[in-house]
Each structure stands twice: as structure tokens, then as C-alpha cells.
Ligand binder design. Sequence first.
Ligand SMILES: Nc1ncnc2c1ncn2[C@@H]1O[C@H](COP(=O)(O)OP(=O)(O)OP(=O)(O)O)[C@@H](O)[C@H]1O
Ligand SMILES: [Mg+2]
Length: 275
Amino acid sequence: MTASPTILKLGGSVLTEKTDTPTPKPAAISRCAREITSFITSTPPAGVDGPLILIHGAGSFGHPQAKEHGSPDGFTNFGIIEIHRAVTSLNDLVIEALVENGVPAAAVHPFGCMVAENGRIAEMETAQIGMMLARGIVPVLHGDVVMDRKTGASIISGDQLAAYLVVRLKAARVGLGTAVDGVLADGAVVPLITRANFESVRPHIQGSEGTDVTGGMLGKVLELLAIEIDINSYIFNASKENVIAGFLSGGEPGTRITRIAGTTETTEMTGAAHE
Ligand SMILES: Nc1ncnc2c1ncn2[C@@H]1O[C@H](COP(=O)(O)OP(=O)(O)OP(=O)(O)O)[C@@H](O)[C@H]1O
Ligand SMILES: [Mg+2]
């Protein structure tokens, strides 16, 4: 792999209605695909290069099923299979929209290439992802149920997966698109969260208004703050037109998260394209 990849996660709240049964938002799925297509097919602006790794959340294609089948004794076999089949059917819709728009996109299901330990990623085969990126195929991963050494099976969120791949694949930047403008405090977007100011912002951050078994907004912020390399992560509103496109072309939408302030350059400082 030559250039460092960009990792984009599209929240299940963007692609689906977070109801109790699987309900896709076809117009949103195809708009996201179009915004990604224009990034893939255009010449990147200065300072922005590298291939794209796409991850999506589960929304109503996984969270309600995981909630229903989770129990103190763990998931049943058919529970595991129902959760996995639900999220892979959303994955099919995302890939179909990308391929229809001319993006060579292919599924990488965590269930088939990952092992967890107590709900955290313990092992993952990623050689195939590097090989796909090298020839221009966009891997499309997702939050999933995976086999777990300690608990039998557990849910790995797209947010945890994004943070893991940042380190494993040495990503340049990572964006988590969701259906709100960023991390909000008293109705306003918090521009920057670091390990230093997290405790002061923490009281404003909850889980999710919808069914979400992986911690909603708090889960996202904790995953990004725990990344042990200096990288800028962004949480932004992918339900609004052109925000994904802005992020992909070097913009800094929503809330920026980095472990220590001052260790990561922003595009403001480099003078590159800005949203
Ligand atoms: N301080 C906060 N600022 C913004 N959103 C917050 C805050 N606290 C809690 N939330 C909730 O977090 C939600 C976003 O997380 P959620 O996990 O539901 O979305 P998602 O990641 O897009 O979906 P999925 O988990 O299916 O991929 C918001 O819709 C909101 O309900
Ligand atoms: Mg979530």
C-alpha cells in the first residue's frame, strides 16, 4: 500500500430508520454512495490522498436483534446468525448503491475474519484489505457479531472497528458520520475533544435515542479518544448533503477528536481545503 488510507464510517442512524425492525433509508444510502463516488473518481485536492476504507453501522439491521438475543448466558446460535444476516443485508444495499455508481466495492464481513475477547477485537486478518486497496477496490466493513474467546460471541461496533483499523492500517484520518452535527453540549457542537477536556464534556454525552447496544455517542467518543496514535478523528452529520464529500476532500466537519491537543496538524494550519 502506498498512501495512508482514509477511514469513513457511516452510522446506522444515517442509512436506516432506527426502528425495531430493519428499515433502510434508500435515498440516504444512494446519496452517501454518490458523495463517495465523486471522491473516488476525482483528483484529490493537495494534502488529501490515499484509498478509502468504508465501514457502516447496523442501525435497525442489528441493534434490535442484538438486544433481543443478548442474554446473561450469551447469544444462541440462531441469535448470532440472525444478527449477522440482518447487518449483511444492509451491507448488500450499501455495496449495491456503490457499484451502481461505478465504485468497485466489496464486502469484508468481520464475522469471517475476526476473533474478539470480552467484546474487544483480539485478532483480525487484514492482508486482504491491503491488497484490495492496492488495486482500487473499496472494502466495505460493518459492525457485526463475531466469535469471542471468552463470551462465545459478542458485538463489535463499527466505531470500535474504525478505531482499530486506524492503528492497524496506519490511516491518515478517520470520520464517523452520524445523524447529528457532532458531539453536542447545550445544543452547540463541541469543536474539539481531547483527553484533557473530556471530563468537562462528558456530562453532556449520553448513549443513543434509538436502540443502540454499543454505547451511542459516548461509545464513539470513548473509542476515538482511546486511539494510541496522534490522529485527527471527526464526528459529523452524514445525514446532511455534502458533509461526507467535504470530509473526504480534506474538510473538518463537526467535532474533532484527538488524544492530545497540539500534536496533530489540522487542515486549518496547513491551509489545505476546508469545509
Ligand atoms: N452529546 C451528544 N451529542 C450528540 N448526540 C448525542 C449526545 N449524547 C447522546 N447522543 C445520541 O447519540 C446518537 C448517535 O449515536 P448512534 O449510535 O445512535 O448513531 P450511529 O452510530 O449513527 O448508529 P449505529 O450505531 O447504528 O451505527 C445521537 O443520535 C444522539 O441520540
Ligand atoms: Mg452506534
